[in-house]
Design a protein around this ligand. Sequence first.
Ligand SMILES: Cc1cc2nc3c(=O)[nH]c(=O)nc-3n(C[C@H](O)[C@H](O)[C@H](O)COP(=O)(O)O)c2cc1C
Length: 404
Amino acid sequence: MLPVIDPAASSTAPKHHPGVPVLPLPSPPAFGSPSTGHGPDSSMEWLGVLLALLNGVTRIDWSGAGVSAGRPVPSGGGAYPGEVYAATPAGLCHYVPSAHALELLSRTDLRADVTRTLERPPLTPPESVLLITSRLGANLARYGPFGHRLQALDTGVLTGQALTVLASAGAEPRAHARFADGELGRLLGLDPRAERVHAIVTARAPRDIAPGTPLLRRRTARSGFEPVPVPLATVLTVLAETARPLPLDHVAPVDCELYVIAHRVTGLETGCHRRDPRTGRLVPVAAGVTPRALFPPGGPGELAGFEAACAVLVTGDYESGYPLHGDRWYRMLNLRAGAVAQRIGLAAARAGLGAGLRCDVDTPAADALLRAAPDRTTLLAALLGPERGNGTPSCPLLHPRAPS
Ligand SMILES: Cc1cc2nc3c(=O)[nH]c(=O)nc-3n(C[C@H](O)[C@H](O)[C@H](O)COP(=O)(O)O)c2cc1C
């Protein structure tokens, strides 16, 4: 059964802190100017680029619903419940994407205090500390209790994006899901009934941050997919990029695994295949099924499921983690799945494919296709294929740096 959704209910407004000092960040569209071959030259500049690429407004989209601001990361229903805070030498800041500015919440350098709350802090004190929270009520009016899962997935997407951007800048990032929640909430001044920290990303100082083309091209294939085949090699590349180990502070007792439901993949039988994590090969598990079978008939996913070349299912096992991590495992597993989903979107953009993340799958129907251990379940699906026509009209606000 799909969760009951009220499409008329709107998301709550993003957070801001009236009355605190606001620090405008250097304008990231400066990337449109000719490359000097060097990265940002002040810590404020690289923080501005990092935050823009993480959660800023990076494009304008036109759709039937009007004009909207597009972000580098996807979000369930476009609700964007995640907020990003940075603990910096100058103090604790909250990022306001619409203004591309920082709200200065405290002039104290809280990096050491935040690091102390981590169950597995990095060996050397981190220079960069990002805190990713979720506003608990952000999407509940529309999605009901299912909104909590979307929030965990969304913060996973943001965490994955932070890891990607910081790793590309040579900053050796690590994401933390295990920390002293209460103490951390107090440090940030959060009301625990309204907003909680879901993840912390620690890193060295980035060497050079610049938007790569795939990072700026990622978006949901809103115009649907051309129902044409894609080569198996392209799908395998997307899967290989997606399945790289995530630098997290914990090991999953049973890791997320990827399954592919192929419909139009040249060189791959139509049906469900499991990606063997050791060899990267696709092992057939159920013949003849197509991504359409993942969606309830007549629902919004059915057409997209029919058109897509294939679906990638991100799966995980809830039961294996509770004995080790307690209730927190629910959030940890969905955070992991969100980070994997972020990689799928990026790898698809790099391969020139359109992608669409979907949580509106019929989970029991999808799980039946996996023929996996009974506790393994589908956490989300990503549809892949060439986007129809020229895609939805969109205007980029940042430009990739030309190769030097
Ligand atoms: C966890 C998650 C679940 C999503 N589920 C769906 C879905 O079920 N159906 C859908 O059409 N889009 C889904 N999306 C895509 C969002 O609607 C989309 O990311 C958002 O509107 C922002 O647009 P963009 O991806 O083009 O930037 C999902 C995205 C995320 C991150």
